[in-house]
Design a protein around this ligand. Structure first.
Ligand SMILES: NC(=O)C1=CN([C@@H]2O[C@H](COP(=O)(O)OP(=O)(O)OC[C@H]3O[C@@H](n4cnc5c(N)ncnc54)[C@H](OP(=O)(O)O)[C@@H]3O)[C@@H](O)[C@H]2O)C=CC1
Ligand SMILES: CC(=O)[C@@H](O)[C@H](O)COP(=O)(O)O
Ligand SMILES: [Mn+2]
Length: 393
């Protein structure tokens, strides 16, 4: 029996994880759940899964949750960064699902790594902000890092099918991540300035939280994923490519030295990679319907257009610049996406704000977590000012 802690339990990945877990009560027990402020959702999860620990990042939400728990509930409520660290690294869980959105997930995910847990990583921003340090901590503490992000989970499966998890050691020439192209793949570029948050969050193939949905619409998501892949699989930037595949059925491809290309396919449903990582190295039912290729009929592939999707180019440039640049990219992106979702910035303003921020912040040192968090914070400050300027102009 594995005991599971889910960081970000009330979100899209959290919900898919709990769906898989609920199918296998003989294999998995929920030890701890965390959220930010959604007390209603967390109270319902506590009633259903009866974790030993429930953490709300927000202290007021934690008080409200404690008042909502049923008499006799086995759940203790904790709050804030300390509570999140306890859910990640406290004694009870052997497996931690890292599914908080954004850089807010970095500290608790690192805590799980430092406690030597099996870590199922959805929170790609942790690797974007602190990839080198993060991977060094994985090695130093003997943590087992399993990618949940669908493309990276696909790469992982292709690499293991060929005998290794580190690409360089397995005769890999190139990794290709697929991208749906998002809801605006074919939209006239001159109309993009006026798109609404609802349109941007209407992903054509996946059902996800709002921040990653906007990242998919700008293709920043794929830029973050290229950075994530370089760290996860020890690949140089020019050996990780992106191909648009609107059906989102092929998730990743790995080309080997001998000409073989292995691909991983599956329905666009996160329960498949989550189940693969939860059960690794076994396989369990995920609840996902079989993929019927006759019904699908065709699989299309095309090159991404960097003029339509400048965020992809910005991310790749930050990766090549190295040092603190990816952390700054992430900070600027989080501020710009939040401003867009709140109606304070137009869609095309997202790339403009990130570009302005990175131009003002040459890549600096990335020797410590403090360096990286300082760069992320400075990028947030500059991006906030850029959003305000765009509103005035
Ligand atoms: N959704 C998907 O299909 C995929 C997601 N990912 C990645 O997984 C991560 C989660 O994505 P997704 O599930 O879509 O996101 P959601 O927005 O659906 O969920 C986010 C979760 O994080 C919690 N949270 C938000 N802010 C904080 C904070 N400051 N401190 C602590 N907890 C916080 C939320 O709590 P509350 O509900 O209280 O706000 C919620 O539980 C992201 O990094 C994303 O890039 C990767 C691949 C696919
Ligand atoms: C499900 C998942 O892994 C997402 O990261 C997905 O890739 C988003 O779709 P895009 O390919 O549109 O970015
Ligand atoms: Mn992905």
């Amino acid at each position: 029996m594995r005991s599971i802690s889910i960081l970000g339990a009330t979100g899209s990945i959290g919900g898919s994880t709990l769906d898989v877990i609920a199918r296998h009560p003989d294999r998995y027990r929920v030890e701890a759940l965390t959220a930010n402020r959604d007390v209603d959702a967390m109270a319902a999860l506590c009633a259903r899964f009866r974790p030993a620990l429930a953490v709300m990042a927000d202290a007021g939400a934690a008080r409200a949750l404690a008042a909502r728990l049923e008499p006799g509930s086995p759940t203790r409520v904790a709050a804030g960064a300390e509570g999140l660290a306890e859910a990640a690294a406290g004694g009870g869980a052997d497996t931690v699902v890292a599914a908080i959105v954004g850089a807010a997930g970095l500290a608790p995910t690192l805590a799980a790594v430092r406690a030597g847990r099996r870590v199922l990583l959805a929170n790609k921003e942790a690797l974007v902000v602190a990839g080198a340090l993060f991977m060094a901590e994985v090695a130093a503490h003997g943590a087992e890092l399993l990618p949940v992000d669908s493309e990276h989970n696909g790469v992982f499966q292709c690499l293991y099918a060929s005998g290794g998890a580190v690409a360089g050691a397995a005769g890999v020439e190139r990794i290709l991540l697929t991208a749906s192209g998002g809801p605006f793949r074919e939209r006239a570029p001159e109309t993009l300035g006026a798109v609404t948050p609802e349109e941007a969050c209407a992903h054509p193939t996946w059902s996800m939280g709002r921040k990653i949905s906007v990242d998919s619409a700008t293709m920043m998501n794929k830029g973050l994923e290229v950075i994530e892949a370089c760290w996860l699989f020890a690949m140089e930037p020019d050996r990780v490519g992106v191909v648009i595949h609107p059906q989102s059925l092929v998730h990743a491809l790995v080309r080997y030295r001998d000409g073989s290309v292995l691909a991983q396919l599956g329905q666009p449903d996160m329960r498949t990679p989550i189940a693969q990582a939860l059960a690794w190295p076994e396989r369990i039912d995920s609840g996902v319907a079989p993929l019927d290729l006759m019904a699908v009929g065709r699989l299309d592939f095309e090159a991404p257009d960097l003029r339509r999707f400048p965020c992809l180019g910005l991310a790749e440039a930050a990766l090549r610049a190295g040092g603190s640049a990816p952390a700054a990219l992430n900070g600027a992106n989080e501020v710009a996406v939040a401003a867009f979702l709140e109606g304070r910035l137009g869609f095309t303003g997202i790339a403009a704000v990130i570009e302005t921020t990175l131009e003002a912040m040459p890549a600096g040192a990335a020797d410590s977590l403090d360096d990286l968090l300082a760069a992320e914070g400075e990028a947030r400050r500059l991006a906030g000012a850029a959003v305000a300027r765009q509103r005035r102009d």
